[in-house]
Ligand binder design. Structure first.
Ligand code: HEM
Length: 413
């Protein structure tokens, strides 16, 4: 238990080893609510047990999202919130009562019933990607992280948000710069001016779409956001843009990382993949297990609105709490044999999609899009094996693999 908070948050340590499961296991057992100091960030309480995270997430009046969902730099002067990304107020960092009003703008579009409108696009994307892998011969080598996991949610979200196909590479680049600023390959820098520039580029991309959907609404998500109203008033441009951003970014990075982690787990557990091939009715359970296993949103921050007590520990007003979902999803108090990947796990009370007030708005969307790929792979993969070490992204907020080199044999249709 003799460690500081750095390995819990340092992107470079995640790049080398992935999420710190050994440390979390220790913390869950010995210090489930523990305060850490780190050099450049505000101090934080690491919350590592499932029950404590659920309890905090159920009390948005005591544990606030508005002060931010990631730890702030110690020197807050480093961030200029008046421009760029910092100026956007988005649903994920709002508190009730405002949060509920803003959530209602888009939540009807995300119900399982409403999402039937994208069923055809989701299945077509999965089929196309696996067709591309199969190519002419039905066999080959590919990076399944970049060729499959990245492309599938990108295509579906771009379709829902009205982004023309030729601009997909651009939104992918922007999303990488936002979520993996520290990654040499994916990021675009961590300075305030880098984020301001990023905000402007998102604006240039999304504003013309917003304007178009205001004039010519269709039933797509882009139209729902462009014409959203709060208290009977149209949303302002920054609110609308912020909504676009959160939906695209929260939806893309997370789903791709879940899928990449899931494909790796299925390759490394061939007996599980075999069961899935024989019994496709297991796909919904498999998708839940993949999401638990990958837990792509590593943590969310809350700020104590007043002096509070969590699991017997006093926490002063204004302190930051980081709820580590990756840890909660391996909590031995909730999951039998939590480090076993088991596509038949049922019940599976994972909280990879969060819990309570801010429960992921895109959870059905994410389940549906992952199921399409898993199902296509289960139907068509005849053989797959890793041909190199999978590589982790240098990021500790949304975590996952950036490379997954695979040799495969896939049925051509
Ligand atoms: C495997 C994929 C995904 C995971 C693991 C995931 C995880 C999460 C988590 C943990 C939260 C809760 C944040 C909190 O409590 O502070 C959240 C919120 C949210 N997610 Fe997801 N997400 C995924 C996919 C998506 C998709 C596909 C979309 C949209 C297309 C989406 C949109 C959102 C939005 C808008 C919120 C904010 C909800 C609110 O503040 O009320 N997510 N997500």
């Amino acid at each position: 238990m003799d460690f500081d908070g750095i390995p819990l948050l340092d992107p470079q340590i995640y790049a080398q080893q992935g999420p710190p499961h050994d440390l979390w296991t220790d913390l869950r057992e010995k210090a489930p609510v523990r305060r850490f100091e780190v050099p450049i960030l505000e101090p934080f309480w690491a919350i590592t047990r499932h029950a404590d995270i659920c309890s905090i997430s159920r009390q948005p009046d005591k544990f606030l999202s508005a002060p931010g969902i990631t730890p702030l730099p110690k020197d807050q002067g480093l961030i200029d919130r008046s421009q760029g990304i910092g100026a956007m107020r988005v649903v994920i960092n709002m508190d009730p009562p405002e949060h509920r009003k803003v959530r209602k703008v888009a939540s009807p579009w995300f119900t399982p019933r409403a999402l039937q409108s994208i069923d055809a696009a989701v299945d077509a994307s999965a089929r196309q990607l696996v067709d591309d892998l199969a190519g002419k011969t039905g066999e080959g080598e590919a990076d399944f992280a970049t060729e499959v996991a990245v492309r599938h949610p990108l295509r579906i979200l771009a379709t829902a948000l009205g982004v023309p196909r030729e601009q997909e590479p651009k939104i992918l680049e922007l999303s990488n710069r936002l979520f993996a600023p520290d990654d040499d390959e994916l990021g675009g820098g961590t300075q305030p001016e880098d984020f301001q520039k990023l905000g402007m580029e998102f604006l240039e991309l999304f504003l013309p779409i917003i304007e178009d959907r205001r004039k010519h609404p269709t039933g797509d998500l882009a139209s729902v956001l462009a014409n959203g109203q709060i208290d009977g008033q149209p949303m302002g441009p920054m609110e609308t843009l912020g909504y676009y951003l959160i939906v695209f970014n929260a939806g893309h990075d997370t789903t791709k990382n879940s899928l990449a982690g899931g494909m790796r787990a299925l390759i490394e557990h061939p007996e599980q993949f075999e069961r899935l091939r024989r019994d496709p009715s297991l796909i919904p359970l498999a998708v839940e297990e993949i999401t638990r296993w990958s837990s792509p949103v590593n943590y969310m921050k809350r700020t104590a609105a007043r002096d509070v007590v969590v699991n017997g520990q006093k926490i002063p007003e204004g302190d930051a709490l980081l709820m580590f979902y990756g840890s909660a999803n391996r909590d031995e108090a909730v999951f039998d044999d939590p480090f076993r990947f088991d596509i038949t796990r049922n019940p599976n009370r994972h909280i990879a999609f969060g819990y309570g007030e801010h429960f992921c708005m895109g959870a059905h969307f994410a389940r549906r899009s992952q199921a399409a790929i898993v199902s296509e792979l289960a139907r068509r993969v005849e053989h797959w094996e890793l041909i190199g070490e999978p590589e982790w992204i240098a990021a500790s907020f949304v975590v996952g693999l950036k490379h997954l080199p695979v040799r495969y044999k896939i049925a051509r249709s």
